[in-house]
Write a protein that binds this ligand. Structure first.
Ligand SMILES: O=C(O)CCC(=O)C(=O)O
Ligand SMILES: [Fe+2]
Length: 197
């Protein structure tokens, strides 16, 4: 059952389903991602004219021939492995549009994180959702309004799905802060509908 986290008058919508994946598909997908873990790379983030290593590892999956620059980096996309493809198809049904790209973050432990940012939507199909599937260690996810004093925190459970839609990226930033003491790793998959260029 999905919970509404944000439903603002200006069109920001965030929904959360803690039990999106049943234990079977959840461990199958976790095993599949763990199997391709050697393809994961340090993300290179361009900030203030410098290129820095990100505090997490990343890997991208996508349709054949898809070209997508994320955070200033052209990333090779790997073909969809079967369980990831199955999850993508279920999420496409739920959101009512296809997804052709998935960016997977690997947080090796509680020291890995992602800082405050909004996802770039100009490369995405207009009106499409960003769907975020979590596997492994539960980690708190934070959303903060850019102009108002509004903050939300959701503990993203293994097998959960968080969907950000509407004007969410325009009005909110989000982050996954460091969590000292977490020793288990976490995969996060954000499914996106990249606009054909
Ligand atoms: O790991 C998460 O839950 C968030 C990832 C994220 O915000 C991103 O990849 O843009
Ligand atoms: Fe993001």
């Amino acid at each position: 059952m999905s919970q509404i986290i944000i439903a603002d008058a200006d069109g920001a919508i965030v929904e959360y389903d803690p039990g999106f994946l049943d234990p079977g598909p959840r461990s199958a997908l976790l095993a599949e991602l763990a199997q391709v873990q050697d393809r994961f790379d340090r993300d290179r983030v361009r900030m203030y004219g410098k290129t820095l290593d990100s505090p997490r590892l990343v890997c991208a999956f996508g349709d054949d021939g898809l070209h997508y620059r994320y955070a200033g980096v052209d990333r090779t996309t790997h073909p969809w492995p079967p369980h990831l493809r199955a999850a993508r198809d279920r999420i496409a049904d739920l959101c009512g549009h296809p997804f052709n790209y998935a960016l997977v973050n690997l947080y090796r432990d509680g020291d890995d994180y992602i800082g405050w940012h909004a996802d770039k939507v100009s490369d995405l199909a207009p009106g499409s959702a960003i769907a975020s599937l979590s596997l492994g260690a539960a980690r708190p996810f934070q959303l903060r309004h850019k102009q108002q004093d509004i903050e939300h925190e959701v503990l993203l459970a293994s097998g959960s799905l968080l969907v950000m839609r509407g004007t969410t990226q325009q009005f909110y930033k989000h982050a996954l802060p460091r969590r000292r003491g977490v020793t288990e790793s976490r995969f996060n998959v954000t499914f996106r509908h990249v606009r054909a260029s």
